[in-house]
Write a protein that binds this ligand. Structure first.
Ligand SMILES: Cc1cc2nc3c(=O)[nH]c(=O)nc-3n(C[C@H](O)[C@H](O)[C@H](O)COP(=O)(O)OP(=O)(O)OC[C@H]3O[C@@H](n4cnc5c(N)ncnc54)[C@H](O)[C@@H]3O)c2cc1C
Ligand code: SF4
Length: 461
């Protein structure tokens, strides 16, 4: 029997080098590696991988083109359903989606679909002149407003523009991309890549108006006077806190504020940019998701001597991507599991000096299916800190629901939608983190796609 070919491994920058700067950590495949990996694909007649992809990328088709060396054609094939491939290739949790379903994973290693997607998108960017593609004009005069330029908004806008609608995205910030720009750090998702993929969406005919805070500049009702439909993709940028004593001390950040300042005020480029973030020597990061891993690894790169993740369950239950946990461990981030902070202490100037924690153990599973952390009595202990970053999640941005009284929301703030993305207001749709709470890039894109389909059905009826 022919020997099974192994999955190609991506080269990563060595720890000692990468922790001193903000450049990307994994370097992607070489063309030879990409083609070798593509050749492992079985070209299944019933490709389960596609079922695992919320935007239904034509996975076997693009991989086949790639295996034949037709990389530009492979890029076009991906873009038929995914306008942000270089982003998805980098940050999507493929291990829980397409790669989890790949048939080769049953007895061996699944195809590295994400890394192939990244390779194809990067190759196209380097080798093919930017495409100017649009089917504008088919349904001229039908204008749709999209609120937010994150992955949900960009996908909804791109899909509708392809169908010929006139799309305007209203973005509250002065920059586009949502969390892709202001949240995820440069070493995981270079901003030049986000900007280029946003530019691609613009070539489809999408207009983006920045510095437009909907709810203040215009209300949703006002937009409906000019636009036939509205898509709300305003995300979840409201940081959650634990509500424990000391969370308002100096030196305690929300991860949102911390990463926003690092990314948007270019604190990572100090002294080229004179807007540093004050970071101490002993940093504690509370949480176990991607945001916590990013905050910890950013802190290390900004010069912290010791960075500790405090997480109330075990590493097994952490919601962060496994590969990001692995990289954080490699980089020397300390994982203090089964640990819950209950209070922060300060010096006489009001600066945080200690995190008081309690030790936990795992009990019965809770509603999420994960075992519930239970306090061990009399287990309190303190760890010295001079910076704390709280990364325990975000809630939906509240402004639009507040200024749109007829928009129905869940108690926790998420906008309520039907199966096709429709809200309680006729012609108004929503998707992404404003609906789900903090989720993933690809689920936001899937929501944008679904809403675009529904808006098209509504406006072409
Ligand atoms: C640090 C960090 C790391 C992450 N890592 C990953 C990862 O590795 N993989 C992954 O899949 N997901 C990751 N996520 C989650 C992912 O980024 C989000 O789920 C996704 O960006 C949600 O997309 P969205 O379009 O719904 O919202 P957002 O990306 O939040 O975009 C919403 C946009 O709407 C704008 N906006 C808000 N209110 C208004 C208003 N009133 N008017 C006009 N515009 C408005 C915002 O400025 C923003 O640009 C991470 C998130 C964070 C914070
Ligand atoms: S399931 Fe795996 S092997 Fe089959 S087509 Fe998809 S990527 Fe290829």
């Amino acid at each position: 029997m022919a020997e099974k070919k192994k999955r190609q491994q991506m080269v990563e920058r060595p720890v000692a080098e990468r922790t001193r700067d903000f450049q990307e950590v994994p370097l992607g495949y070489t063309p030879e590696q990409a083609i070798e990996e593509a050749k492992r694909c079985l070209q299944c007649k019933n490709p389960l991988c596609v079922k695992g992809c919320p935007v239904e990328v034509k996975i076997p088709e693009f991989i086949k083109l790639l295996s034949e060396g037709k990389i530009a054609e492979a890029a076009q094939k991906i873009k038929e359903t995914n306008g942000l491939p270089a982003i998805c290739g980098r940050v999507c949790p493929q291990e829980e989606q397409c790669e989890l379903k790949c048939i080769l994973g049953v007895k061996g290693e699944p195809i590295a679909i994400g890394t192939l997607e990244r390779f194809v998108a990067d190759w196209e960017r380097a080798n093919v002149k930017a495409e100017v593609a649009s089917s504008k004009g088919q349904v001229a005069g039908k204008k749709v407003a999209v609120i937010g330029s994150g992955p949900a908004g960009l996908t909804c806008a791109g899909d509708l523009a392809r169908l010929g609608y006139q799309i305007t995205i209203f973005e509250s910030l002065h920059v586009t991309g949502g969390v892709l720009t202001y949240g995820i750090p440069e070493f995981r998702l270079p901003k030049a890549i986000v900007n280029l993929e946003v530019e691609y969406v613009k070539t489809l005919g999408v207009e983006i108006k920045t510095d437009m805070l909907i709810g203040n500049v215009y209300t949703v009702e006002e937009l409906l006077k000019e636009y036939k439909a509205v898509f709300i993709g305003s995300g979840a940028g409201l940081p959650k806190f634990m509500g424990i004593p000391g969370e308002n001390l100096d030196g305690v950040y929300s991860a949102n504020e911390y990463l926003f300042r690092v990314n948007m005020m270019k604190a990572w480029k100090f002294p080229e940019y004179l807007t540093p973030v004050k970071i101490g020597k002993k940093v504690a990061v509370v949480g176990g998701g991607n945001v916590a891993m990013d905050s910890a690894r950013v802190s290390l790169r900004l010069g912290a001597e010791e960075v500790t993740i405090l997480y109330r369950r075990t590493q097994e239950e952490m919601p962060a991507r496994k590969e990001e946990i692995h990289r954080a461990v490699e980089e020397g981030i300390i994982f203090k599991i089964l640990t819950l902070p209950v209070k922060y202490h300060a010096n006489k100037d009001g600066w945080v000096t200690e995190a008081e924690c309690i030790q936990m153990e795992l009990g019965e599973p809770d509603s999420s299916g994960r075992r519930r952390p239970v306090e061990i009595p009399n287990s309190a202990f303190r760890i010295p800190v001079d910076t704390v970053i709280v990364a325990i999640g975000n809630s939906p941005n509240p402004l639009i629901p507040l200024r749109t009284p007829s928009l129905k929301t869940e108690k926790w703030g998420g906008v309520i939608i039907t199966e096709n993305g429709a809200t309680s207001i006729p012609s108004v749709y929503a998707g992404g983190d404003i609906v789900r709470g903090a989720a993933t890039v690809i689920s936001a894109m899937g929501d944008g796609k679904r809403a675009a389909k529904a808006i098209h059905a509504l406006l072409s009826a």
